[in-house]
Write a protein that binds this ligand. Sequence first.
Ligand SMILES: Nc1ncnc2c1ncn2[C@@H]1O[C@H](COP(=O)(O)OP(=O)(O)O)[C@@H](O)[C@H]1O
Ligand SMILES: [Mg+2]
Length: 280
Amino acid sequence: MNIILEDEAASVRIVPAGDPLNESTEHAGSMTIPTVQKTTRTAVAARDITKTYGRDDTKVAALNNVTVAFRPGDFTAIMGPSGSGKSTLMHCLAGLDTVDSGQVAIDSTIITGMSDHELTILRRTHVGFIFQAFNLVPTLNARDNIVLPLDLAGTNVDEEWLNHIVETLGLTDRLDHKPHELSGGQQQRVAVARALLTRPAVVFADEPTGALDSTTGAEVLELLATSAREMGQTIIMVTHDPHAASYADRVVLLKDGAIVGHLENPTADSVLNALAELGE
Ligand SMILES: Nc1ncnc2c1ncn2[C@@H]1O[C@H](COP(=O)(O)OP(=O)(O)O)[C@@H](O)[C@H]1O
Ligand SMILES: [Mg+2]
């Protein structure tokens, strides 16, 4: 069992030198997004984040002092028993939810303390999302769905990059189709293309194959792995499926709101064993 304990992992890569979270926090919330410099070796980092729901008797510590960093180009799966804090962690890392304490940085910008408006702009320019339910706009064809985030940001489409993504995803002859004219797998590939087109610092995928049959799901996972390997895309995927996690470069294991281990080069078996050790 090659689970790396959190302490060991921390000495290897958690919050490395040059991480924005190691620097002064005076700039928290300042807007440097359009000209942000890649001064950090981490695409996403969380330091000591805590998130509690409810109060008094119903108080639940969903995240308990979580510190974790994700390197550019890494494909990471977040796994753990139901209720272990996977969704909460993803939402806090993506700026969809706020933390009670601690800090989160995306692409060297500290997002903790940003206003909703600042977060919206940062997400639009720096974060891609892939959800189980595809979340395509039904009235728009595939191409318009793919370029929607750039349209919203008022940014020109890099046609060469769009063509490259569309070809890689096998969508070239589907661009004029509306979502209801596409299979589930094709719809998810449109969502993947939409997430990749802005060259975001990170793509968050929440159970991206949950609504797909296993063959189509394997194709989508292969595409995610390819975009990490060949396009350097950082991907953080929440999943409960050990087979899906086996496509990632590493697995981060959560239990009771805390990171309890990592798996490098996971296989479905090593993930199953690790989850069994967590008592799932
Ligand atoms: N909006 C919420 N209100 C109250 N409790 C919540 C809320 N969201 C999550 N929780 C609780 O926080 C814990 C972690 O939940 P979650 O992050 O959804 O776990 P997972 O995604 O691993 O199943 C659970 O105990 C859950 O019941
Ligand atoms: Mg969840």
